[in-house]
Design a protein. Structure first.
Lengths: 292, 345
């Protein structure tokens, strides 16, 4: 019994980080219909900001979080202006953007690897290797803090979307782009802003990743399918769905890892992605099965 | 009232008109060029007789032809039917492993085994296609990515086929200047076959159906095309070519290992060659293969780092997608400036 609780706790602790990694992706898809395959490599960018902050100046990754978010959001604006603005009118827009973001992912990977080499990196603040004990169940501090921070950020995002005026505009654009435009929403600016917010969230997630996982530029390929599985299971565009899917899948992955070995635990995400795409392409909370 | 004679006349007139159209199209085509190219490639290894060792030239030509086979195969699904797969290196790996394992156990050359390995891949592709072709657009692309990840984990942990360390294959006993030639001719034959096959497919009812699917699947379906069967068959055919290339590639490298076959760069290259050359054209994948391999060699030779190569590949891909979504052959053909020697359609 204690074992099972332990596995669930470890799964939930990682689930929080996954939730933040996935929510930016989900937001960008919801508003812009961009399947951002470059999202994990942008997370990698955030991780490098945290790494160099820690390495050079000894700044705690959690303090670097806003810095990384802002830097990455600025990157997001540049990427959007360069690549996606002109494509918005293309007929095969969604498919085109998948390939374009794929190209962006390669540019980022190549750029990061050229600048910082493919050495495995990790930031090591004290809490990263420490743990709380409740009875015989241990909770790794790093993952707990990361989980709390990401839930706070996602909560903030949800409140912003729910209650702010600009949040209304974003949700309206998600629901129906043309109708929102007719009602006077500047959909182009909403698109740009939500892309920047999504990429900024990737930067924030990167700082958490920097002490929860080890990372190197070409690792983002492993994350693409993992994050996609979260977003697809949750329902593309639904942030609540992404959060639920993150916790669900990461607990299942923890069980798989415990009973079958760590190599198979990532397989959980990939197989889940497959099964969801085929059985229920709209995911748990998605409303429009337009992808099918 | 239309009499029988009259309608016969109309049909005859239309046939004659079609005939003149065909002739006009034939005039824009230079059939001698592919034949001359083939002859040149057959004779190329004679360079070795001059005394200097031209192994590098042979290797690059062979490598290009390997990608011509793969990109032409990918083009059947990605170009004709419009289903972009980022996971076709799965079949490269399966072909390599099927032929490589049989070669290691039974000693039968992979060149003979290649069609068999291709058929195995086609069967696998048929099954995978039945599952993944139920979704389209971005979902299909994402599912193809997941496929690579699943196969990578499976291959790295399957001890029978050597796990992550892979299997070493015996090298052939030929002297060094002739050692590459069996593979060279195998790839040449496969590349010629792949291009011929994609010409034949493009001009068949099947190819027409695939093009209809790529333009508008729902209309194609309502026009009476069995879209599901067509798509799955296209998937299987493209897997066949990629698998054949993988089979011989394994023996050529003398070892098979997951991180040779199942790296994302290989499937990216296939996609990129087709996009750069021209998706859905016959000559496009070949032109794209030559361009990409020339770029890669240039970057690796001048800058000396594979990380820069990834960066450059990404930049080329982005530029191609934004400015030339039709590819070189497609863009030239649209502006009616396609040189006759490249009109293979």
């Amino acid at each position: 019994m204690a074992e099972i609780i332990q596995i669930v706790v470890l799964g939930l602790a990682l689930g929080g980080v996954y939730a933040l990694m996935g929510s930016g992706l989900s937001l960008v898809f919801g508003v812009m219909r961009i399947v951002n395959l470059a999202h994990p490599s942008l997370i990698m960018g955030g991780a490098y900001v945290a790494y160099w902050g820690f390495r050079l100046y000894g700044i705690d990754p959690l303090i670097m979080l806003p810095v990384a978010a802002v830097i990455l959001a600025a990157t997001g604006v540049i990427l959007y202006k360069l690549f996606f603005e002109r494509e918005a009118r293309s007929a095969k827009y969604s498919e085109m953007t998948v390939l374009l973001t794929f190209a962006v992912a390669m540019i980022l990977e190549g750029g990061l690897a050229t600048a910082f080499t493919n050495t495995q990196r990790v930031t090591s603040p004290e809490y990263a290797t420490d743990a709380f004990f409740i009875g015989s169940v241990f909770i790794p501090k790093g993952q707990l803090y990361a989980g709390i921070v990401s839930l706070v950020l996602i909560g903030g995002l949800a409140l912003f979307l729910k209650f702010s005026r600009f949040g209304y505009a974003i949700r309206a654009t998600t629901q129906n782009r043309e109708a929102a435009e007719l009602l006077g929403v500047n959909v182009n600016f909403v698109g740009l802003a939500s892309f920047a917010i999504g990429v900024g969230l990737a930067g924030a997630a990167g700082t958490l990743v920097s002490f929860v996982f080890s990372f190197y530029p070409s690792k983002h390929w492993e994350w693409i399918a993992v994050l996609m599985s979260l977003v697809v299971l949750g329902g593309m565009g639904s942030i609540l769905g992404t959060v639920v899917a993150s916790f669900l899948l990461s607990v299942i992955a923890a069980f798989v890892g415990y009973y079958f070995g760590a190599t198979w635990s990532t397989l959980t995400f990939y197989i889940a992605l497959f099964v969801v795409l085929l059985v229920r392409p709209q995911g748990l909370f998605g409303e429009k099965p337009e992808l099918a | 009232m239309v009499t029988t004679d009259n309608s016969q006349d109309i049909i005859a007139q239309r046939r004659a008109y079609n005939e003149t159209l065909m002739q006009a199209q034939d005039k824009t085509r230079a059939t001698w060029f592919p034949i001359a190219l083939l002859a040149l490639l057959i004779l190329l290894p004679l360079l070795q007789l001059t005394g200097t060792n031209y192994n590098y030239v042979i290797h690059l030509t062979l490598y290009t032809m390997c990608y011509v086979v793969m990109a032409s195969g990918w083009n059947i699904l990605g170009g004709f039917a419009g289903y972009i797969s980022l996971g076709h290196n799965v079949f490269f790996a399966v072909g390599g492993y099927v032929a490589g394992m049989l070669f290691a156990r039974l000693g039968i050359s992979t060149i003979i085994l290649a069609p068999f390995a291709g058929l195995v891949c086609a069967a696998l592709g048929y099954v995978i296609g039945l599952i993944t072709l139920r979704v389209r657009g971005p979902s299909f692309i994402i599912s193809s990515l997941a496929l690579v990840m699943i196969f990578r984990i499976a291959f790295e942990n399957w001890h029978f086929i050597g796990g992550a360390a892979g299997v070493a294959l015996p090298a052939n006993g030929l002297p060094v200047e002739w050692a590459k030639l069996p593979y060279y001719y195998a790839f040449l034959a496969m590349a010629a076959f792949a291009l011929w096959a994609s010409y034949k497919i493009k001009h068949s009812k099947f190819g027409m159906g695939l093009r209809a699917i790529s333009v508008d699947e729902i209309k194609a379906e309502s026009a009476g095309i069995d879209t599901r069967f067509y798509k799955v068959l296209a998937f299987a055919l493209s897997a066949f070519f990629v698998g054949m290339a993988g089979a011989v590639w394994g023996e050529y490298l003398t070892y098979i290992r997951p991180n040779i076959f199942l790296v994302i760069l290989i499937s990216v290259n296939m996609v990129l060659m087709c996009i750069l050359g021209g998706k859905g054209t016959v000559a496009g994948p070949a032109v794209g293969a030559i361009l990409i391999i020339a770029f890669n060699e240039f970057f690796v030779a001048t800058l000396g780092a594979s990380t820069v190569n990834i960066l450059a590949t990404g930049v080329i891909m982005a530029i191609a997608l934004i400015f030339f979504p039709l590819g070189l052959v497609g863009t030239l053909a649209r502006h009616r400036k396609l040189p006759r020697i490249l009109n293979w359609d």
